[in-house]
Design a binder for this molecule. Sequence first.
Ligand code: AMP
Length: 311
Amino acid sequence: MAITVVGSVAFDSIETPAGKRERCLGGAATYFSLAASFFTDVRVIAVVGEDFGPDEQAVFNARKIDTAGIEHAPGKSFFWEGSYLDNLNEAKTHNTELNVFGAFEPKIPEAYSDSQFLFLANIDPVLQRRVREAMPHARLVAGDTMNYWIKDHRPALMEVLKGLDVLLINDTETKMLTGSRSLVLSAAKIFAMGPKTLVVKHGEYGATAFFSPSDSKTAEHVARRAFHVPALPLEEVVDPTGAGDSFAGGFFGYLASQAELSPKAFRHAMFYGSVMGSFAVERFGTERLQQLSRQDIDHRFTLFRDLTHLD
Ligand code: AMP
């Protein structure tokens, strides 16, 4: 089943304890689609500027990602500058330039309309909502956001949440969204906003899924239906940028490749998410995802099995 994704396609300048990179290809939709492309067909909706050239396009082509929905506009692409010098789990944003995204009107190619899976990657919630409304028949809709939108664009974000089945965000964003220090209470609050599943990413500490209980929404019921996946212990995290989007790509890509969206499929998807996140952080930008093979992914999945197997 094909996935349509809307989100940022960007240039990033990144500084981590391992070094610096200027203007490398990035963006939430870029990481997501590279990761998901190992599991299923991916179609992207975004806008880029004149600085997006054949080298950047080749990265998508190499993974057979459908970029018919990437509009080329006059001006510069989305630009993000961040560092992780104090804390590898949380980016410090130094600069965000929306550029061509500022006036973007998403147009969905006719050929994308049969996508049963829709991912609203990190971007202005107004754009996320427009794409969601244009694809009312999607079978499963998941989405991401970040502190930038939670803080200053809350009403628009609340509208997006109403149309989501699955929300994937990191733990500080979860607490920022709900005002609660407890993830269990946050999950219960987020279920009341729309999503039925909440995936909380904890950076180097893995991720926890909370599945909405149909019978009761008490904190105890929520906690009982949680599922945790670790992150792979790595010698060195070179660049955490895109780990969350790569997690989302592995998670949603795996789900879209399954005949049935069973609880088992969701649990496996959590592991594939963590597998893809673990690759993304091994090199700067999208470098590692570009060199990956399906065999590497299967091998690492086995490592995760060993890491978590009790008996
Ligand atoms: P993450 O997976 O959270 O590390 O996402 C990193 C990517 O998010 C980078 O490649 C940035 O280009 C992109 N990004 C940063 N800020 C924003 C924003 N405000 N809206 C959309 N994308 C962003």
